[in-house]
Design a protein around this ligand. Structure first.
Ligand SMILES: [Zn+2]
Ligand SMILES: [Zn+2]
Length: 486
């Protein structure tokens, strides 16, 4: 039997109220608690916390909320923390549904996607309301909370994962992957199993599931032993989004509550590193509220998304990437589909990653080392670009060591998927350094003398000029030159 409690306002100081009628200490049975938030409150404290008492023996907690969306003028996100301190990185995170659901359940034996099932510790929980948008008149939010102590079944465990590696081809090989995919655990429409099926059908060999602010897709079986599924999260802060890849295990999320301009973004990057995961900045210039990257880019950032599905390759993102590379940062450029629902094509864009085997550890290591080519589709093989100097040969992500004035030769195969009939362009330390047609039977070649340490990368364009392949750098270390690539 479920009995409705109101949100218990045990700590009024923790909650910001507008001068609306004083709320009752405990909401009457069956009636919502009305909260009011203003644009000023949104600006001053993006996250509002509403304490809720959970009694001993509770096996089920339900939270519902309603508000006037004002034609998109208001948007309020929902999440839940267990009792404990609310400091960044310390909160007992229990789940996040953003603006996707008006009613969520957290129980011993089940939970709404985006929330973790399991025992409910007694004490003061916190409903988190994320004030994403608040229209000028302010917004009334009606919150209802219910608990139950009815008998519950066992807590579901994490879905079993296939043993790794899934493939081992003997040498370094290119694997096709999409590093930015959503499910119904956040604002996508499909289950993780459905996404996995679609990924295989699209020709992908691995995906990273990156739901907004949770990793609960790991409770689901993905049913395809041939597809590597990397547990990730799109850490969705008020100052931009970042993917973290490699977060397997219970409640391994990275805290997202960092406002732009706070140095604490470093602690998120460090938290990812401490879990053996990679931190990658998503769509750094995206025209939506809080979507562009406004934080610093700490040294531990591994990758930058320069190609985002619906947007394609982003000129400004590529320019930012070149700036970081010129500063000596080794940061990997990646592309993804940022997939949410079936009508969009999975794997467009995508990456080819040159790894020793198809396993989570090998793929993440290869991404960290820059052995990545960004491509417009999931099936075209990575072009076999080679870079030579003297007797040494380097592939994408490698470092070529040479002496000052030595000639570097770059060879690009003649036919590369959609680039056939188009052209290859050489980019040298961020500057255009030549182009060659991809229209003959012979490979395109570039030659250039290296006078200082730096990098080169290659872009392949279709006959209409559209970018279809973007390689990561080959780094050049010229002996005796001061500028060192870190
Ligand atoms: Zn995003
Ligand atoms: Zn996304």
């Amino acid at each position: 039997m479920s009995r409705l409690l109101g949100a218990l306002l045990a700590a009024a100081a923790a909650v910001s109220f507008a001068p609306s009628p004083a709320p009752p200490e405990k909401a009457p049975e069956g009636r919502p608690l009305r909260l009011h938030y203003t644009p000023a409150q949104r600006d001053a404290g993006r996250y509002q916390y509403v304490p809720v008492s959970v009694p001993a023996g509770c096996t089920r907690l339900e939270v519902g909320y309603r508000y006037d969306k004002a034609d998109g003028g208001n948007a309020i996100d929902l999440g839940l923390f267990e009792p404990g301190p609310l400091d960044l990185g310390r909160a007992g995170f229990r789940g996040w549904s953003g603006g996707s659901r008006e009613h969520v359940v957290v129980a011993v034996d089940e939970a709404t996607p985006g929330y973790w099932p399991g025992p409910l510790p007694a004490g003061e929980w916190q409903v988190v309301l994320g004030l994403y948008k608040v229209a000028p008149p302010g917004v009334d939010v009606d919150l209802t909370v219910g608990t139950s102590s009815a008998a519950a079944g066992p807590t579901p465990g994490l879905a079993p994962r296939p043993a790794e590696p899934l493939q081992q081809r003997g040498t370094l090989s290119w694997y096709s992957g999409d590093l930015h995919v959503h499910t119904l655990h956040s604002d996508g429409t499909e289950t993780a199993a459905e996404v996995a099926r679609a990924a295989r059908a699209a020709g992908l060999e691995f995906i990273a599931i990156t739901d907004h602010n949770n990793t609960t897709h790991q409770l689901e079986r993905t049913e395809d032993p041939e597809l590597l599924v990397i547990a990730g999260e799109e850490v969705t802060t008020p100052g931009g989004h970042a993917n973290v890849w490699g977060l397997s295990g219970w409640r391994s999320e990275i805290d997202f509550r960092v406002l732009p301009g706070r140095e604490r973004i470093d602690s998120l990057v460090e938290a990812a590193a401490s879990r053996g995961a990679l931190f990658s900045i998503n769509h750094p210039f995206l025209e939506c509220d809080g979507c562009s990257w406004e934080h610093a880019i700490p040294p531990g950032v591994a990758a930058l998304e320069v190609w985002n599905g619906p947007l394609g390759p982003q000129t400004r993102a590529i320019a930012l990437w070149d700036r970081l590379l010129r500063e000596g940062r080794r940061i990997t450029g990646v592309g993804s589909s940022d997939w949410h629902r079936p009508r969009a094509p999975l794997g467009r864009g995508s990456v080819r990653v040159r790894a020793s085997e198809l396993s989570r550890a090998a793929i993440l290591r290869a991404i960290r080392e820059g052995r990545v080519v960004v491509m417009g589709d999931a099936r075209t093989p990575a072009p076999g670009i080679t870079v030579r100097a003297g007797g040494a040969t380097a592939g994408i992500g490698d470092t070529l060591r040479l002496s000052a004035g030595q000639t570097v030769e770059v060879e690009v195969p003649a036919v590369v998927g959609g680039a056939a009939g188009g052209r290859a362009e050489l980019v040298w330390n961020g500057e255009p350094a030549g182009e060659a047609p991809l229209s003959t039977g012979a490979p395109a070649r570039f030659r250039r003398a290296a006078t200082a340490s730096g990098y080169l990368r290659v872009e392949l364009r279709a006959p209409d000029g559209g970018l279809v392949v973007l390689t990561n750098p080959v780094y050049l270390e010229v002996s005796g030159t001061a500028r060192k690539i870190r």
